[in-house]
Write a protein that binds this ligand. Structure first.
Ligand code: ADP
Ligand code: MG
Length: 695
């Protein structure tokens, strides 16, 4: 479909920003579903969509006021709604001393003329006065403006944003995309027989309604249709793939020689857990089989997936094959690299690392060594799948935390690894029964136990003050602490700013301790030196964004404070807290949450009550609030946008039935009435690592 640059208001800069959200085409935009909704209807029923601190009203302007203060200018607007409520909205602007004539409030003054009618969406400020509500305005829309109907007076979509794109813009772009799709009259992708059988909304109705629903019931109908579509596409892709893999056979084979594996095991200093042994056997059996391996290894944080991967990579090395491990972040790649180096040096197996910050000269050397086969193990980030990276005889690819790679990166990866054995690893598990229903014979291995001697991490909710107190206690004992802040609107840049501000505040709160900061906007060298210093106990408290999620291993760190815990997914919270409890000291995790209603408290309780990642995943999905109708991202190709594996079990069942019906009638989707379905399927999955060949 056409590029987004053809839409009004999207130039090269905006297009680039949208690409960060994996939006490249108008179709991508259409399928960029809201992450939540707010009920901005005029007299909404209590639908539970809106968090309690949110204020939404339509009011008229009573008066405005501009107040010049020393370094800032203040603009105030007083509004009244039809229900005897008065609101005071305040804006601050830094004074510009260069340009006295410039009025930073010109637009506000135009919009907030006396008696003008305006929709205001904001947050209550704490300092309430008499009958007046003080509001921090997040968005406002004059009732008379032509596009206000997209933003207010309705159930309004809230999108995941990135820097340089506002809520207002996003809604406008999507509205345009919907219009252009309507004009071009795309055929419905569902096979007609199935559409007839299931009687869902048609595709354009469903897309319209998922973005701009007229009612909650309509939204649910739309979501069901889109969920069905997603399930059907995926189930069909797997159905085809299953028949096809049975026909590919490998042109290489493995022998278990143990000339590396035995000394490796002896050198570890501990035994593999029974679970690790079992999983290693499963993987070795795959490698020795003449069908290419495509196995998912799931295991909780700290269950020891890395050593399982390394065992498989050593088997490859024993047989003279190259293997690669790809991680989603540099920090993680580096951690793997140093683990590997320690182990592999003794075994005289060469190992290298390749990331986007590898220096040119070094990179050249590594590329040459990969191409001539002198390097047998390589660790890296997606730098490993650039076009100029050529392997001599890569036979095994391992992907760590696979769900964190973008769809397009995964596609590239599949190109590179089409004919090798593939092991993907994740700490965000899906229940096996569901996987089986969907995939039939998907190869999944699960690490069900943690290595012995792990301390459970005592987790509690607490106030900010209590959290500080606990940090202080631990640091005084000679331990170290993490304080983690959430990502804001999915933008690392804004988050980095927010964290820097908190960092300055914390320095005044803990002047006697050594504080360090880590966020995604720092250079690799900076991050690395901050991490190294923290690991060497040259700092006591590490203030960070979730970049540490899959990174650091510091046994002396015993407390992790997570600020605004309600903004994290449970799976992320669970992974984050896995950063403590890695040594012999008792460890704790403190969740500081803003008051956000009982559902989010209930969710956080789950984290406090159990350390079992599988249980957490399952509960998390059962407890989705109405504002999270579209769910949070899940792992890997189970990364559905509309579907929810738990809520939509019935729909999944239908999709599997229908898939069988469809493939029986038309195994390679060659009939003309299946062309649109096939096209979408190839768009989604041909590039994926379950490569499908339909030509
Ligand atoms: P994850 O599954 O989260 O990737 P890691 O592979 O990073 O976990 O392992 C976590 C830690 O546990 C590492 O320090 C590793 O050396 C250690 N470990 C792994 N297996 C065992 C074992 N069988 N006995 C003791 N420690 C182990
Ligand atoms: Mg790991």
């Amino acid at each position: 479909m056409s590029s987004i640059q053809y839409l009004k208001g999207i130039g090269p800069a905006r297009a680039k920003a949208l690409q960060r959200l994996e939006i490249f085409s108008v179709a991508d935009l259409l399928h960029y579903y809201p992450r939540a909704y707010q009920d901005r209807r005029e007299n909404p029923p209590n639908s539970g969509l809106n968090p309690p601190s949110l204020v939404i009203f339509k009011g008229h302007v009573l008066r405005t006021q501009t107040i010049p203060a020393r370094s800032v200018l203040i603009f105030k607007a007083f509004l009244a709604d039809g229900k005897n409520n008065q609101f005071e909205c305040t804006w601050f602007k830094k004074r510009s001393f260069r340009n006295f004539r410039f009025d930073p409030f010109a637009q506000l003054k135009k919009d907030f003329k006396t008696n003008a009618e305006i929709w205001v969406i904001g947050r209550k400020e704490n300092r309430q006065q008499f009958f007046e509500h003080k509001i921090t305005v997040e968005e406002y829309y004059p009732v008379s403006a032509p596009e206000t109907f997209l933003h207010a007076g309705r159930i309004t979509p809230i999108y995941g944003l990135t820097e340089g794109i506002t809520h207002k813009q996003m809604r406008q772009y999507i509205h345009q995309a919907l219009k252009s799709a309507e004009q071009s009259q795309q055929p419905d992708i569902l096979p007609p027989v199935l559409a007839e059988k299931r009687r869902f909304l048609n595709s354009s109705q469903a897309l319209q309604a998922v973005h701009f629903p007229a009612s909650l019931a309509e939204l649910e109908n739309a979501r069901s249709r889109l969920a069905y579509e997603e399930f059907l596409l995926l189930a069909t892709a797997w159905g085809i793939k299953r028949t096809q893999t049975k026909t590919i056979s490998k042109d290489y084979s493995y022998q278990i020689k143990k000339n590396l594996l035995s000394p490796f095991r002896q050198g570890l200093g501990f035994e593999f857990t029974n679970s690790q042994k079992k999983v290693i056997n499963e993987i070795f059996a795959d490698l020795q089989s003449n069908l290419p391996m495509n196995r998912l290894l799931q295991g909780d944080v700290g269950s020891g997936k890395t050593l399982v991967a390394l065992s498989a990579m050593l088997l490859a090395a024993e047989n003279g094959y190259q293997s690669a491990l790809m991680a989603p972040t540099e920090i993680l790649a580096e951690q793997h690299y140093s683990t590997f180096q320690k182990t592999l040096k003794k075994l005289h197996v060469s190992v290298g690392i390749l990331t986007s910050s590898t220096k040119t000269a070094e990179r050249k050397k590594i590329l040459a060594a990969l191409a001539d086969g002198s390097l047998s193990v390589i660790v890296g980030t997606h730098a490993l799948i650039q076009d100029d990276v050529q392997f001599h005889n890569l036979k095994l690819a391992v992907i760590d935390e696979q769900h964190r790679f973008g769809v397009r990166q995964r596609g590239k990866l599949k190109e590179k690894t089409a004919h090798v054995d593939l092991l993907t690893m994740t700490a965000t598990p899906i229940p096996r029964t569901l996987a089986l229903a969907l995939y039939g014979d998907l190869a999944v291995s699960t690490l069900t136990e943690l290595p012995p001697g792990r301390q459970p991490i005592a987790t509690q909710m607490a106030s900010d003050a209590q959290a500080r107190h606990i940090v202080e206690e631990e640091v005084q004992k000679g331990r170290q602490a993490y304080i983690v802040y959430p990502l804001i609107e999915e933008s690392e840049n804004i988050s980095a700013k927010a964290v820097s501000e908190e960092f300055e505040k914390l320095k005044t709160i803990f002047p006697q301790y050594r504080l360090a900061m880590l966020h995604g906007q720092m250079s690799r060298a900076e991050k690395e030196s901050v991490m190294k210093d923290f690991a060497a106990h040259k700092s006591d408290i590490l203030v960070a964004t979730p970049v540490i999620e899959v990174g650091i291993d510091v046994p002396n760190a015993t407390v992790m404070v997570i600020q605004n815990a309600e903004r994290f997914g449970l799976a992320s919270l669970h992974q984050l807290r896995g950063r403590v409890g890695r040594g012999r000291h008792e460890s704790r995790c403190i969740l500081v949450a803003e008051h956000e209603g009982s559902v989010s408290r209930q969710r956080l309780r789950i984290i406090c009550d159990t350390c079992d990642g599988f249980k957490i995943g399952e509960k998390d999905m059962q407890l989705r609030g109405p504002g999270e109708i579209l769910g949070t991202r899940q792992s890997g190709e189970l990364d559905f946008k509309a579907a929810d594996l738990f809520k939509d079990r019935n729909i999944l069942q239908w999709a599997i039935e229908d898939r069988d019906e469809l493939l029986q009638a038309d195994p390679l989707l060659q009939k003309p009435e299946h062309a649109a379905f096939k096209k979408r399927l190839l768009e989604l999955y041909q590039q994926n690592w379950h490569l499908i060949d339909l030509n």
